[in-house]
Design a protein around this ligand. Sequence first.
Ligand SMILES: [Mg+2]
Ligand SMILES: [Zn+2]
Length: 191
Amino acid sequence: MNKAVFLDRDGTINEDVGDFCSIEQLVFIPGAIEALKILQETFQLFIITNQSGVGKNIFTEEELIRFNRYFDIFLKNEGITIKKIYYCPHTKEQHCLCRKPSPYFIRQAEKDYKIDLNSSYVIGDHPHDIEMAKTVGAEAIYILTGHGRKHRKELSIEPNFVCSNLYEAAIWIMESQSSNKKRGLKEGKNG
Ligand SMILES: [Mg+2]
Ligand SMILES: [Zn+2]
């Protein structure tokens, strides 16, 4: 079984500038690239993103696919592998199956990539990221970049950790990994 980190895109990895799909507007949040490098040492990386700009006719699905491809290649050039970018192109009003907080895509990754969701993490700047994590038994990290500060009061479920940005989230995850390991060793010795 594989462990994974499921990341939101806008406001988590790159600045959230509203519904956008042009590479000229793509700005990575400071420390985000470094964080992905740290996380991929231990985890498979996935992006799950709501892109209702398609449903609202702000950009087309083809433009979104092109943008995501650029995003993926940019990260590849940094040595980072994103296993898959899942996107929901629908608006809330379309009542689709895949829009976060729906666990549709995270369940699909679980199946397609044999992911153990109980030892996986979700990181995002919106309460729906936390809700999705809790639905499937993954750990949830809420970050205060993007819309994080604005939506913090709307959290109906307590995240496992709240921090300033993706870099801090990565450090916290790696530290909890090593303390889990230490605990495991100790228990092994005593038992
Ligand atoms: Mg976001
Ligand atoms: Zn959808």
